[in-house]
Design a protein around this ligand. Structure first.
Ligand SMILES: *Cc1c(COP(=O)(O)O)cnc(C)c1O
Length: 233
């Protein structure tokens, strides 16, 4: 694979940014790509990046933090509870909170380092069983427990929902899933169950293959990797 030049990355970023509507923001997913590409994207004005592996993220964060202190990191991938401690000191948002056990560990590690960590709860709407996240009913139950016992969940701030659509060609299916997540988001926001409803503003949906559909269905964050940085090795 031929390495990308700064101009390639800048051009792709511009193209995607030009499609962002209503204040939606781009999470540039840099997983599996070198720090060099992050620097190029930074030069093109990108600040928000998504990573999905703890060790890779920690290495990039350590390597870039001094010269690029304004980088913003979202964790978007499967997160093992025993690895939360490595990202708790610096992560700006964990989008992929897929279980109560993980949530409680994030609370624990956030308190240990004296932070409040912004999170999104991941909702499972896709057809694939391999995808993870809370079902809508599990999500409602969890939010009920949080409302009943807020002190158990100190250390996190709930900013919204994250979801992945099915990996299918049928755009109606994908849009339908995004719409389902948006309805759930609206339901939760107006349910009175949230401790800090004013924070609950983010709907992270859409990747390289489907972000235009996600934007149409109300995404506020789109997570785009290969359309910016090319195929992953
Ligand atoms: C890798 C990844 C993305 C980006 O995928 P692309 O198809 O490369 O845009 C988005 N979201 C999650 C959760 C990912 O793991």
């Amino acid at each position: 694979m031929k390495p990308l030049r700064s101009e390639d990355i800048a051009e792709r970023l511009d193209k995607i940014r030009s499609t962002l509507t209503g204040g939606a923001r781009l999470v540039a997913v840099s997983k599996f790509h070198p720090a060099e590409y992050i620097k190029m994207a930074h030069a093109a004005g990108q600040r928000l990046f998504g990573e999905s592996r703890v060790q890779e993220l920690v290495e990039k964060w350590e390597g870039l933090r001094e010269r690029y202190p304004d980088l913003v990191w979202h964790f978007i991938g499967p997160l093992q509870t025993n690895k939360v401690k490595y990202i708790a000191p610096f992560i700006h948002m964990i989008e992929s909170v897929t279980s109560e056990r993980l949530l409680l560990e994030i609370c624990r590690q956030a308190q240990r380092v004296g932070r409040t960590i912004p999170i999104l709860l991941e909702v499972h709407v896709a057809r694939e069983e391999t995808k993870s996240g809370f079902s809508p009913d599990e999500l409602r139950e969890l939010l009920g427990r949080i409302a009943d016992s807020p002190e158990t969940y100190r250390g996190v701030a709930l900013y919204g929902l994250m979801a992945m659509a099915s990996n299918v060609d049928d755009e109606a299916v994908i849009s339908g899933e995004f719409a389902t997540v948006h309805r759930l988001f609206d339901e939760i926001r107006s349910s009175g169950v949230l401790l800090q409803p004013e924070l609950f503003t983010e709907l992270s949906m859409g990747m390289s293959g489907d972000y235009p559909l996600a934007l149409r269905e109300g995404a506020t964050l789109v997570r785009v990797g290969s359309a910016i940085f090319g195929d992953r090795a």
